[in-house]
Design a protein around this ligand. Structure first.
Ligand code: ADP
Length: 452
């Protein structure tokens, strides 16, 4: 059963019950009230009349304006059993006189209240009023209730259902939207109830916010998968082409040798890409936790520079490092190595033939600053915002070149720096060179958060 129906049934049943109880209480209370009211009026009428009547011997005198019938009450003046003035209903039963006592009498014509006020001697004022038959009233009221109660219940239920339905309309929209999304896999659908303070509007807004995040994550995931497969497809295609070419020229060792070199380079590129994808995936899963240790960053810088010197020499690039003798740092050694390698190899890859690359290490304000400067091709300002994005490459045409990366290098640098509480920035002017800066706090505690 829907909440709507439950609410309507619940309060309709209660309302019918309440109306029934209220009618019963009202009926019994009003019966007693009516009786008291009539008796009170009767009493007042006879004593008022008695006050206006003067008895002298056998004679009674009263004002002309004395009313013998008013508001359902008959007033009569009696001398013994003889009525001398006033009105007494013929159908009312006669009974002995009793001063100030209420007599309830009835005959076939119905019930009567009779009350007397003694004047003097055998003179009495008698008042009579019809008593209402409570059982008659009860049956007519029951009849009325029998018609009225179902009408009230039906009206209340219909009105209630209408109001509840209207308040639940937004909920129906939530249900329909959720159903649409589940049925069509279309994550772009939103409830879009707009502003509103009630619970359903808040729920709809929370739902829409959640869908925004899910859709965003889903889109990023889709983009990542398509970028990653695209990146892997290129070297695979090159390897296949080279292998086919070599297999049809097995008689020429120079061709097969060249092909094998290309295949090996492409395989190297794939292996680099796969390991980069792996570290990205680990970072996404939140398992990228720095494992800080105290080490000499100057020494690490020197090692990285030496390992990349051959690459620099190939292009006649002068590779230098400027650093204090022992720059001690508490950080994740593996992550710092990856940061240095990515930045320096980028500087060489995008450097100028015969140019220079400088790695500068320093410490300032409780952080170490790694600066990698080159006088290479530089980056046009419109690309500066995006170079830290995954798979972003300024010149995508270089992708096919085995020596170029996959556009993941800088995003990994930023990810590793941020995982250690650090930050990254870049400065560049096209055709003149670039400077990349990474700042890492000197001391990071075990959970990667930074003590300052
Ligand atoms: P890639 O694998 O293509 O090197 P990165 O994420 O390392 O990917 O870099 C993204 C892009 O930023 C590169 O494609 C390149 O165009 C540009 N870039 C990075 N470093 C430099 C640099 N030192 N000089 C000029 N351009 C650079």
């Amino acid at each position: 059963m829907t909440i709507k129906k439950r609410i309507v049934i619940w309060y309709t049943v209660w309302m019918a019950l309440l109306v029934g109880i209220a009618a019963a209480v009202l009926f019994s209370a009003s019966g007693a009230l009516l009786r008291r009211e009539i008796i009170g009026e009767l009493e007042e009428a006879i004593y008022d009349a008695a006050g206006d009547i003067i008895v002298k011997g056998d004679e009674v005198r009263f004002d002309d304006d004395l009313d013998f019938f008013d508001d359902g009450i008959y007033i009569s003046i009696w001398n013994g059993s003889r009525m001398v003035a006033g009105r007494f209903p013929e159908e009312a039963p006669s009974s002995p006189f009793a001063d100030g006592m209420l007599q309830e009498a009835s005959n076939d014509e119905g019930g009567w209240y009779i009350m007397d006020a003694a004047l003097s001697g055998p003179f009495y004022v008698r008042g009579a009023a019809r008593s209402y038959d409570m059982s008659l009233i009860a049956t007519s009221m029951q009849r009325l209730l029998l018609i009225l109660l179902p009408a009230i219940v039906v009206l209340a239920a219909a009105g209630g259902y209408f109001i509840v339905r209207r308040s639940f309309l937004p909920a129906d929209r939530v249900i329909a939207t959720a159903g649409d999304i589940a049925g069509s896999d279309d994550l772009s659908k939103r409830i879009g109830l707009g502003p509103g303070k009630d619970e359903i509007h808040q729920m709809a807004a929370a739902f829409d916010g959640m869908m925004d995040r899910i859709e965003g994550a889903f889109e990023r995931e889709k983009q990542f998968t398509s970028d990653a497969s695209h990146e892997l497809r290129t070297p695979i295609a090159v390897i296949r082409a080279e292998a086919e070419y070599a297999s049809s020229h097995t008689d020429d060792p120079s061709i097969t040798g060249e092909s094998l070199a290309v295949i090996s380079a492409q395989a190297g590129r794939m292996s680099k890409l796969v390991s980069e994808l792996l570290s990205m995936a680990r970072a996404e899963k939140g398992t990228l936790r720095p494992d800080p240790e105290l080490f000499d960053l100057s020494e690490l810088g020197e090692m990285v520079v030496e390992s990349l010197r051959d690459k620099a020499d190939e292009r006649h690039i002068t590779l230098n490092m400027k650093a204090p003798e022992h720059l001690e740092l508490m950080a994740d050694h593996g992550m710092m190595t990856r940061i240095l390698i990515n930045l320096v190899s980028n500087a060489i890859a995008y450097g100028r033939d015969g140019g220079w690359v400088l790695l500068r290490l320093s410490s300032r304000n409780g952080a170490v600053l790694i600066e990698v400067e080159d006088n290479g091709i530089g980056i046009a300002s419109e690309h500066m915002e995006r170079i830290w994005e995954r798979f972003y490459q300024v010149d995508a045409a270089r992708t096919a070149d085995a020596s170029s990366g996959s556009g993941l290098g800088l995003s990994i640098v930023r990810m590793l720096a941020e995982a250690q509480g650090g930050s990254v920035e870049a400065e560049s002017s096209e055709g003149q060179g670039s400077t990349f800066r990474v700042s890492i706090p000197l001391h990071a505690d075990d959970d990667g958060s930074v003590l300052r």
